[in-house]
Design a protein around this ligand. Structure first.
Ligand SMILES: [Zn+2]
Ligand SMILES: [Zn+2]
Length: 357
C-alpha cells in the first residue's frame, strides 16, 4: 500500500503521487470547447470537419449532426476507464444550442463524473461540391446519341433513370463529386455534365450496358492547375440504329428487327409472322413507334380486323396475327402504313407504350 500525497489515504496504486479520487478532483477529466462552431453546407447539410466536407447519412436530422459535432469535440482523459458520455441539448434559437455533456467512468476503480457545457453555433456556408455544382463546374460530359437516327424519348427516359440511380449509388458510396451540373436536350440526343471523370465513366458504361450502346471516350486538356494537367473527358454513348422491334424493309418485305449482334439481325417478317435472320446491311430502317399510326377499329372476327385507313379513310381488312391480343375495349389499333398498305405490328414492346398515346 502507498500513501496519497494529497489526502494521506492508503491506496494500491497512485497516479502521480495521488490516489484516484484526488487525481479526479484536480484533473480535467473531460475537455470540451466552450463554444463550438458547426459549419454546415446550406445546400446539402455536409459538415466541415477540419479541412474536409463530410456528407451526412441519408435523411439524418440536423439535431443529430449537431450532436455528433459536439461529441467529436469532447475528449475524456486517457486515465478514465470506460467513459460514457451523455449529451443533453437545449436549443436557444434556430442557430444556437447549449449542450450539457456528462461523462461517467472510473479511474482505477474509483467512479468519477465530469460535466461541461458547450454552446453549439450553427453556421451556414457552401461546401466545395455545391460551390462547384452551382458554379457550373464539370469534368465529364456524357453525350447520349443514336446511330443514324435521333434518340427516342423513351430511351432518354431510361437513360435519365439509370444516371439518377447510379449518381445516388456513387454518392452513397462516398464519391462527393458524383453530381450532375446540368443536362439538356441537343439535336439528336441528350447531354449530361458530370462533376467527376470516374463517375462519368461508370455512368456511361451502365447506360451502355442497359440500353445496348457503345462508349467512346475522349480526353481533352482543359488547363493546368498547380502544375497538373486538367482533363475534361467526353463519353459518347451511342445506341444502335435498331432498337428492339424497329421496322425495316428487307427487300420488298416489312420486318421487325428483334435483335442485332455483330452485323446480323434476327427479324420477324410481318407477312406470315415468321422469324428469320438477315445481314443488317440488307435492311433499310423505317422507324420505331414513331412511324405507327392510329386506325379506327370498325369490327373484328376470329380471323380479321376491319379498320379505317387513317389516310384514305377506306375500310381495310387486316388478317389477325397468331396470338394477337386485342386490349379490352380498344376502339383503335396501331398500324404501319407503307406504300398505301396497312400492317399490324407483330410485336409492340412495353418500352413503346409511352410513345403510343
Ligand atoms: Zn488522495
Ligand atoms: Zn453542399
Amino acid at each position: 500500500m502507498m500513501m496519497c500525497v494529497e489526502c494521506g489515504a492508503q491506496s494500491e496504486r497512485l497516479i502521480g503521487g495521488s490516489c484516484a479520487s484526488c487525481f479526479a478532483k484536480k484533473t480535467e477529466l473531460l475537455s470540451a470547447p466552450l463554444v463550438l462552431d458547426v459549419e454546415l453546407c446550406a445546400h446539402c447539410d455536409a459538415r466541415l470537419i477540419g479541412n474536409t466536407w463530410n456528407d451526412p447519412d441519408e435523411g439524418v436530422p440536423i439535431q443529430w449532426i449537431r450532436e455528433e459535432a459536439v461529441r467529436g469535440a469532447v475528449r475524456s482523459h486517457a486515465k478514465v476507464h470506460a467513459p460514457v458520455v451523455v449529451l443533453t441539448e437545449s436549443a436557444q434559437d434556430e442557430k444556437h444550442s447549449t449542450f450539457t455533456v456528462v461523462m461517467t467512468g472510473d479511474v482505477d476503480g474509483v467512479p468519477v463524473e465530469a460535466r461541461r457545457e458547450v454552446l453549439a453555433r450553427l453556421r451556414r456556408s457552401v461546401c466545395d461540391r455545391c460551390s462547384k455544382m452551382f458554379g457550373g463546374y464539370y469534368a465529364a460530359i456524357i453525350q447520349f446519341r443514336a446511330t443514324g437516327r435521333d434518340v427516342r424519348p423513351e430511351e432518354i427516359q431510361r437513360a435519365h433513370r439509370v444516371i439518377g440511380d447510379e449518381l445516388d449509388r456513387l454518392r452513397a458510396n462516398g464519391n462527393r463529386e458524383a453530381f450532375l451540373t446540368k443536362s439538356g436536350a441537343v439535336p439528336g440526343g441528350f447531354d449530361y455534365y458530370i462533376g467527376d471523370i470516374e463517375a462519368g465513366r461508370i455512368l456511361s458504361k451502365e447506360v451502355a450496358r442497359r440500353l445496348g450502346a457503345t462508349v467512346i471516350e475522349t480526353a481533352k486538356l482543359a488547363g493546368r492547375k498547380l502544375g497538373v494537367d486538367l482533363y475534361r473527358v467526353t463519353f459518347l454513348v451511342r445506341i444502335e440504329l435498331y432498337s428492339e422491334s424497329d421496322f425495316a424493309l428487307y427487300g420488298e418485305e416489312i420486318v421487325q428487327v428483334l435483335s442485332v449482334n455483330k452485323g446480323r439481325a434476327v427479324i420477324l417478317r410481318l407477312q406470315g409472322n415468321k422469324k428469320d435472320r438477315a445481314e443488317v446491311e440488307d435492311l433499310k430502317r423505317l422507324g420505331g413507334p414513331d412511324v405507327l399510326q392510329e386506325a379506327v377499329l370498325v369490327s373484328h372476327d376470329a380471323t380479321n380486323f376491319q379498320v379505317l385507313d387513317p389516310v384514305s379513310l377506306k375500310t381495310v381488312d387486316l388478317p389477325k396475327p397468331v396470338g394477337y391480343e386485342l386490349e379490352a375495349g380498344a376502339t383503335t389499333l396501331w398500324v404501319l402504313r407503307h406504300e398505301e398498305r396497312l400492317w399490324l405490328p407483330a410485336v409492340i414492346p412495353n418500352a413503346w407504350r409511352a410513345s403510343l398515346k
